[in-house]
Design a protein around this ligand. Structure first.
Ligand code: NAD
Length: 317
C-alpha cells in the first residue's frame, strides 16, 4: 500500500510521519509547500520506511502524479489558524476549499481513499452535548476556517455520491501534544507557550468555564491508522477527541508544572457565551479508542521548552 500525506510537515503530520505503523506500507509520499516553513519536520525521520518528500502545492496539477500512485490520501494540508482566518479568508478559501477539491477529485478518479480532518469547530454555537447527527441547519461555524471545514464535508459527500469517492471525515477536537512541527496558535499549546515564557496566559473573556473538545495528538494518529487498518472509508463523519474540558481545567493542569501562572482576559472575534461538549459515542461504537492524557502531554511540552526562559529579564529590555 502507498500512502500520501499532504501537509505532512505540520503539527499533526510531523508526528504521524514518525509514528506510522501499518502493515504492508510500501511508499509514503510527504507533500507540503512550506507555507509554515516546517523544514525541521524532515530531520531524523526513522530508518526503514520508504519516504519521498515532494515540495508541492495541493493546488498544483503536479499533485495528480503522486495521488495516482497512492492508495490512501491523508489530507492534512490547510490554512489552520481560526482566529487569523478573519484576515486571510481568501487564502483559506483557496487552500482549504479549492485545494481539497483538487485532491479529492483526483482521489475519486484514481480510486484513492481519502481521510479528511474536519474540526469540531463546525458545531459553532451550541449548548449541552452535540453529536454527528446535529442537523446541518444547527451547524454554526464561527470563522472562515470553520466554514471551510463544513464546505469540505459537503464537497466530499457530493463527490462520494456522484463520483464514488471513498472517504471518511474526522471532526477533530483541538489537538494538544508534542510534535517536531508543533504549532502554538491553539488553546492548550498557546497556554503552554505563554506559561513557558513566564507570561500571563491570555484567555477569551467568556471562555474560562466553557467546555470544549480536545484531542491528544496520539489519539488523532491512532484514529488515522485505525481508519486505514479497518478500512473505515464509509463516507461517514466521526467526532474524534480525547475529552471535553474547560479552559480552567487546562490552566489548572499547567499550574502543576508552572505554579504562580496568571490569567489575563482578552477579546476575540470567536467568543460566545455557550458551553458545549462533543460526544464520541459513534466513533467508539465503530472501534476508535482514546487513551490520551492531558497531564502527561502538557508536562512533555513544558519539559521540551524548559530552557527557553532561564534568567530574569531587565524591565527596559
Ligand atoms: N491542530 C488542530 O488543533 C486541528 C484541529 C482540528 C482539525 N485540524 C485539521 O488537521 C489538519 C492538519 O492540522 P495541523 O495542526 O497539522 O496544521 P498545520 O498548520 O500545523 O500544518 C498544515 C501543513 O499544511 C501545509 N500547507 C498549507 N498550505 C499548503 C498547500 N497549499 N500545499 C501544500 N501544503 C500546504 C503547511 O505548510 C503545513 O505544514 C488541518 O486540516 C487542520 O485544519 C487540526
Amino acid at each position: 500500500m502507498n500512502i500520501c500525506i499532504t501537509g505532512a510537515l505540520g503539527h499533526i503530520g510531523s508526528a504521524l510521519i514518525r509514528r506510522l505503523s501499518l502493515p504492508d506500507v510500501d511508499r509514503i509520499y510527504l507533500l507540503d509547500n512550506f507555507l509554515t516553513q516546517r523544514y525541521a519536520s524532515l530531520f531524523d525521520l526513522p530508518d526503514g520506511l520508504r519516504y519521498r518528500f515532494c515540495e508541492m502545492d495541493i493546488l498544483s496539477g503536479d499533485a495528480a502524479a503522486v495521488i495516482r500512485d497512492s492508495d490512501v490520501l491523508i489530507h492534512l494540508a490547510a490554512v489552520t489558524n481560526a482566529e487569523a482566518s478573519f484576515h486571510n479568508a481568501r487564502l483559506v478559501e483557496d487552500v482549504n476549499n479549492k485545494g481539497l477539491e483538487n485532491v479529492a477529485k483526483i482521489c475519486a478518479q484514481h480510486g484513492c481513499a481519502l481521510i479528511f480532518p474536519s474540526s469540531t469547530s463546525v458545531y459553532g454555537v451550541q449548548e449541552g452535548e452535540v453529536d454527528e447527527s446535529c442537523p446541518p441547519s444547527d451547524l454554526k461555524p464561527q470563522s472562515p476556517y470553520a466554514e471551510s471545514k463544513l464546505y469540505g464535508e459537503r464537497l466530499l459527500q457530493s463527490l462520494g455520491e456522484k463520483k464514488g469517492l471513498r472517504y471518511v471525515v474526522f471532526r477533530l477536537g483541538t489537538i494538544f501534544g508534542y510534535s517536531a512541527g508543533m504549532r502554538f496558535h491553539t488553546a492548550v499549546n498557546k497556554f503552554i507557550w505563554q506559561a513557558s515564557l513566564g507570561e500571563n496566559v491570555t484567555v477569551w473573556k467568556t471562555a474560562l468555564h466553557q467546555k470544549r473538545p480536545y484531542c491528544d495528538l496520539a489519539d488523532c494518529i491512532e484514529a488515522i491508522q485505525y481508519a486505514i487498518k479497518d478500512n473505515v472509508f464509509d463516507g461517514e463523519i466521526y467526532n474524534i477527541l480525547t475529552t471535553n474540558l474547560t479552559v480552567n481545567d487546562i490552566i489548572e493542569t499547567i499550574k502543576r508544572y508552572v505554579p504562580g501562572l496568571k490569567v489575563q482576559f482578552v477579546d476575540s472575534p470567536i467568543m460566545n457565551q455557550l458551553s458545549y461538549q462533543v460526544s464520541t459515542k459513534k466513533s467508539l461504537a465503530r472501534g476508535f479508542r482514546y487513551n490520551g492524557d492531558l497531564d502527561s502531554s502538557i508536562s512533555e511540552v513544558i519539559q521540551k521548552l524548559r530552557n527557553m526562559n532561564t534568567f530574569e529579564q531587565k524591565k527596559n529590555l
